[in-house]
Design a protein around this ligand. Structure first.
Ligand code: ZN
Length: 229
């Protein structure tokens, strides 16, 4: 994963963290058709009293504020969340498509943001429950495509963050395929863990249905259908 460094202007962020990173907070830039590099350059140049650690678009991840410093991305006069603050969180801004009132995210920007978040989750041992929207922290309408009518899109985005390490953690629809692949030695069943993302298991299940891993069906319904032929 390539990350471009465009250091944020020093006046736009706070001091070194006293503690560790406990939360990851997702934002949207609300600037239609902006790019991560343009955002990075803006926060490097202007004194705006706000900042984020990362900006992500469909092509690029830009590092702005160093992770060990508190960025000013989710501060407020009052909070909805009892614990998440600038001092213990990393802010990730996703660049925005669409127009005011109809903001959207490019699917590739979301995928890139997921890659970055998964890496940060691993680095700081942060479970998916502690990946929040700015909205969850302060009630601000941010990221707009993930709030209100976007609730389902947020939940789907978060599903894509989970990395499954054991067969038991996998969703029921994926387990028979994974069990088969462990038995065949294609997937590692012990030791390091499975290290499977939602996207990976979706592809493995599709390949299994196409009988790539042998004819034996692992889907109960399909077995029944075959039986009635
Ligand atoms: Zn925000």
């Amino acid at each position: 994963m390539k990350i471009v460094s465009i250091p944020c202007r020093r006046e736009n962020y706070g001091g070194l963290r006293a503690g560790t990173v406990e939360y990851l907070v997702v934002h949207y830039t609300a600037v239609p058709n902006d790019t991560a590099e343009n955002e990075g350059a803006y926060f490097a140049r202007e004194q705006v009293g706000a900042s984020a650690h990362y900006f992500v678009d469909e092509k690029t991840i830009v590092s702005s504020v160093p992770e060990e410093y508190a960025a000013w991305h989710c501060g407020a006069a009052s909070y909805r969340h009892d614990r998440c603050r600038n001092s213990n969180s990393i802010g990730v801004e996703i660049c925005t498509k669409g127009t005011h009132g109809d903001y959207r995210f490019h699917p590739q920007a979301l995928e890139r943001a997921r890659q970055l978040l998964r890496k940060l989750m691993e680095r700081y041992q942060i479970p998916a429950e502690r990946v929040l929207r700015h909205y969850d922290v302060t009630g601000k309408l941010c990221p707009a495509p993930f709030v209100g009518q976007g609730q389902a899109a947020w939940e789907e985005f978060k599903e894509g963050l989970t990395v499954y390490q054991t067969l038991e953690q996998l969703p029921a629809w994926a387990r028979p395929t994974a069990e088969k692949l462990v038995q065949q030695g294609i997937l590692q069943g012990t030791g390091e863990g499975l290290d499977l993302t939602q996207d990976m298991i979706r592809i493995l299940v599709m390949l299994d249905r196409a009988a790539v891993f042998g004819k034996e069906q692992t889907n109960g319904n399909e077995t029944q259908q075959r039986g009635s032929d």
